[in-house]
Design a protein around this ligand. Structure first.
Ligand code: N01
Length: 533
């Protein structure tokens, strides 16, 4: 719908992913409009429909907990659901809770400005909608803006080019094709084994090898499902009390406490646990002690050398430059095994980087590869990318991109000073993907909604955070990061996956319970760090 008339609403929510959808439900006692760029709900699970796309957290956990009937009536077919099932679930929730009446699809937000006299945001969409609202909730996602490295010659390539995060709904036919695949992160390791089965030839251009643990995905057995359903309210609470809001087994002993044989046995068990991420929590200090971390790295390298038959390929696949878990551990099915196929070739794009696309394929600094299809699984301009793409002007006409030019600054990951009445869910310096995002997203929406409800009750129309509170929060983020090994890996966590992007670690690695407690106590202590008027 295109209109030049300005509509007055209470709240604009940006994004109809899982957090945005729950925000509509939680705040529907206001006049709420949700603006969504895609033509369907589900956010990440709407856009990332590449072959093999699948969640890496058990679906009984990675689902909404806000409605007991919903969690009782829904059944997941597998332990780790595939994208079509997650999208089906998002659509079911949208229908069941009548969320669509609040959502405007194919209607991305183009710009927004804050009116300091009226304490209202003016929001403009690419379709020409103009809205004015008291509050904006940016549920824009951490992994929304695809990263497309600027290789020269893209336009010359005569074949097909795809980015995994913009996959065509009708799918891609790889049969009989020579496929070049760039990117060996979580996305690449899921997509490639499936593409390799169909394509004539698959060339994998690897810049940095990934640590990948087998997912152990399987049909969800009824006893497991019923056991969860019998205990859901309690389980949801337990999840929020764990580091990653997920019920893996968190060991309480150090890796140093064991003999080499005992360690090997524990790691073998974790590897076969069918519980994603168990390797990272097999000892309490995998993510904090470099020596223990290296023991786990070496265990995985041993697995790679055993699985991959060609020793040179195996060696190239062994990560040696960063700690395991320093960037997100990949969870896959048959990834390393794929390299034993005759039609798969691993190309070292570190020693010989990709130089350009050509009319007939792709050229590295040393070799030309003839290709029919190029797939880029090159990740995202993460955390800040979605917000940076909206022209956001706060107080004194200050632009958010200018404020964040050296990296994002926030208070509690929820607000940024000088941009009042703008709340972010999974914003910069929240745990984001360090914790299970549906459950923690619900938690953040509830916390935000409580603040908004209190604004009305207390007679305020404007809420901002102080620069001092932002500085203190940055110190907290830095302090917890110094206790973990995440800072030793270049990844989307610290923006180092994007050339020239500034800022340090953009996620909070102090664990979800500490994060939640700091958010709760800030509000309970008389809105510490906030200014309400
Ligand atoms: O992106 P990534 P992703 N030349 O940034 C390579 C979530 N997720 O889409 O490491 C050559 O991890 C880059 O190489 P390097 C999850 O949180 C979850 O895979 O920078 N290569 C890397 O190999 C995950 O962390 C699920 O050297 C280039 C790859 O592209 C996040 O999404 C599934 C390059 C990008 O890896 C992002 O994962 C999928 C260049 N110029 C994703 N530029 C599940 O739930 C980039 N690369 C299972």
């Amino acid at each position: 719908m295109s209109t030049s008339k300005v509509e007055t609403v209470d709240i604009v929510i940006i994004g109809a992913g899982f957090s945005g959808m729950y925000a509509i439900h939680r705040l529907r006692h206001y006049n709420v409009v949700c603006l969504e760029a895609g033509d369907g709900v589900g956010g990440t699970w709407y856009w990332n429909r590449y072959p093999g796309a699948r969640v890496d957290i058990e679906s009984v956990e990675y689902s909404y907990g806000f409605d007991e009937t919903l969690q009782q009536e829904w059944s997941w077919p597998e332990y780790f659901s595939a994208q079509p099932d997650l999208e089906r679930y998002a659509n079911h929730v949208a229908d069941r809770f009548n969320l669509r009446e609040h959502i405007r699809f194919s209607n991305p937000v183009d710009s927004m400005t804050f009116d300091e006299r009226e304490n209202r945001w003016h929001v403009y969409t690419a379709n020409g909608d103009q809205l004015t609202c008291r509050y904006v909730i940016a549920a824009t996602g951490s992994l929304t803006a695809p990263n497309l490295p600027p290789w020269p010659g893209r336009e010359k390539f005569a074949g097909e080019i795809y980015h995994t995060a913009r996959w065509p709904a009708e799918g891609v036919n790889f049969s009989g094709k020579r496929v070049g695949f760039i990117g060996t992160g979580s996305t690449g390791i899921q997509a490639m084994p499936i593409i390799a089965e169909e394509a004539d030839a698959l060339y994998v251009f690897q810049r940095t090898p990934a640590f990948c643990m087998p997912s152990g995905n399987r049909p969800l057995d009824e006893a497991h499902e019923q056991e969860w359903k019998a205990n859901y309210p309690e389980r949801r609470k337990q999840m929020l009390n764990t580091y990653g809001a997920s019920l893996v087994n968190y060991a309480d002993r150090s890796g140093h406490d064991y003999t080499p044989q005992e360690r090997a046995d524990i790691l073998e068990q974790a590897w076969n646990s069918k519980s994603a991420f168990q390797l990272l929590f097999a000892f309490r200090d995998v993510l904090t002690d470099a020596e223990v971390n290296e023991m786990v790295c070496e265990f995985v390298r041993g697995k790679i050398r055993t699985i991959v038959k060609d020793p040179a390929t195996a060696e190239l696949l062994c990560p040696t430059t960063y700690p395991i878990g320093g960037k997100r551990l990949c969870i896959g099915s048959g990834y390393y095994e794929m390299y034993n196929r005759e039609n798969v070739t691993l190309v070292d794009a570190r020693t010989a980087p990709i130089a350009a696309f050509t009319e007939s394929g792709l050229r590295t600094s040393s070799v030309h590869y003839d290709l029919d299809v190029i797939v880029t699984a090159t990740g995202f301009d993460a955390v800040t990318g979605a917000m940076d793409r909206i022209k956001i002007e706060g107080c004194d006409s200050r632009k958010l991109v200018d404020k964040w030019v050296d990296g994002p600054t926030t208070y509690l990951g929820a607000m940024t000073s000088g941009f009042p009445n703008l709340f972010m869910i999974h914003g910069p310096s929240t745990p984001a993907a360090q914790a299970q995002m549906i459950t923690t997203g619900e938690w953040q929406v509830n916390w935000t909604a409580d603040i908004i409800d209190a604004m009305g009750r207390d007679g305020f129309t404007c809420i901002d955070v102080t620069p001092e509170a932002e500085t203190e929060w940055a110190q907290e983020v830095e302090m917890v990061s110094m206790q973990s090994l995440h800072r030793f890996a270049d990844s989307w966590y610290n923006g180092k996956n994007i050339e020239g992007k500034k800022g340090g670690l953009m996620i909070y690695v102090g664990g979800f319970p500490r994060f939640a407690q700091l958010c709760e106590s800030a509000v309970a202590d008389g809105y510490q760090g906030f200014v309400r008027k």
